[in-house]
Design a protein around this ligand. Structure first.
Ligand code: SF4
Length: 305
């Protein structure tokens, strides 16, 4: 099956069978996100999904975990999801876990009985773009939820036995707010207890709506040294989860189970932070054509002093 757009899934889903069930993201409004901006959201017909299941089965595939794509497959209407889950079970009777991305709204749109039925049909984990524990940042970034709404919907899926895994972003609160963001996000995560936390430290993509805010001076980005400090503090504060922290712009990935691996991870952060000291601040800005930092331009434009 030809895949449209960018493959987007959590790193721990690398071994899962990626089954496209829709194209794009039907929300598509988060200011920092460029993943699906060029795609019109549409639900793939069941016949197409079924053909892909048969293709993989006929090649001898026998996945234990299926990941439904694209951005936030849990946005599909309940009946449509039931159809897909039923077909997965018919094709792969040994598959017991179906995972996918979700938004808070996509959970709220389903009743408790529907959530229970989806769990019984194999939905075992939802990845939620929690991003931050700060409500003003969620509102600024045009996320579809605030913290209270997220907590309420997470509790509803956990009550029916569906795990939740969190996606967060260091740097999302902007310059000077790294510590505040780490504390608020850690408090949110320690209360809601995700099975894993993936930190995709903020990238400022020149095509993202957020970059227009950088240009207009309404969002002042943190540099990578502050983002690393934020991630270090988060690592210190998180209680009991698996943390995978990506800082691609400075070629760093630190992961481990907390609290077991805390000291080793903090040491890795300390080493990475030490490397940034005494250097010009680095900003994780990328553009489609160059893929490189544009720090000099930022200085010229007066975005940073
Ligand atoms: S819900 Fe996810 S995929 Fe959709 S716009 Fe927001 S971050 Fe991007």
């Amino acid at each position: 099956m030809e895949y449209e757009g960018q493959i987007c899934r959590a790193p721990m889903e690398r071994g899962a069978f990626m089954l496209p069930v829709s194209v794009g993201c039907c929300y598509n409004r988060c200011k920092f996100c460029t993943l699906f901006k060029h795609l019109s959201y549409r639900i793939l017909p069941i016949s197409q999904v079924e053909a892909e299941l048969h293709r993989v089965r006929d090649m001898g595939g026998n996945p234990k975990t299926v990941f439904l794509g694209d951005g936030s497959a849990f946005q599909l209407p309940y009946d449509h999801l039931v159809e897909i889950l039923t077909r997965i079970r018919a094709c792969f009777p040994e598959c017991r876990r179906v995972h996918m991305d979700a938004t808070v709204t996509s959970i709220a749109q389903k009743s408790d009985a529907q959530l229970k039925e989806l769990a019984d049909l194999g939905v075992k984990r939802l990845y939620l773009g929690v991003e931050t524990g700060l409500d003003d940042v969620l509102a600024f970034m045009d996320k579809d939820h605030n913290s209270a709404e997220a907590k309420a919907q997470i509790a509803r899926i956990q009550a029916v036995g569906i795990e939740y895994a969190a996606h967060i972003m260091t740097g999302i609160a902007g310059a000077g707010r790294g510590e505040e963001n780490a504390r608020a996000t850690a408090a949110f995560l320690n209360e809601t207890k995700p099975v894993s936390v993936t930190n995709f430290s903020l990238f400022l993509h020149t095509e993202a709506p957020l970059y227009r805010c950088v240009e207009a001076g309404t969002f002042r980005p943190a540099d990578e040294a502050e983002n690393l400090q934020e991630a270090r503090l988060l690592t210190e504060l998180l209680e009991d989860t698996v943390l995978d922290s990506f800082h691609d712009f400075v070629l760093l990935r630190i992961r481990g189970s907390l609290p077991k691996d805390r000291q080793r991870m903090l040491k890795q952060f300390d080493e990475a932070i030490a490397k940034q000291q005494g250097k010009e601040p680095v900003y994780s800005i990328v553009c489609t054509t160059c893929g490189q930092a544009e720090m000099r331009d930022l200085v010229q434009e007066g975005v940073r002093s």
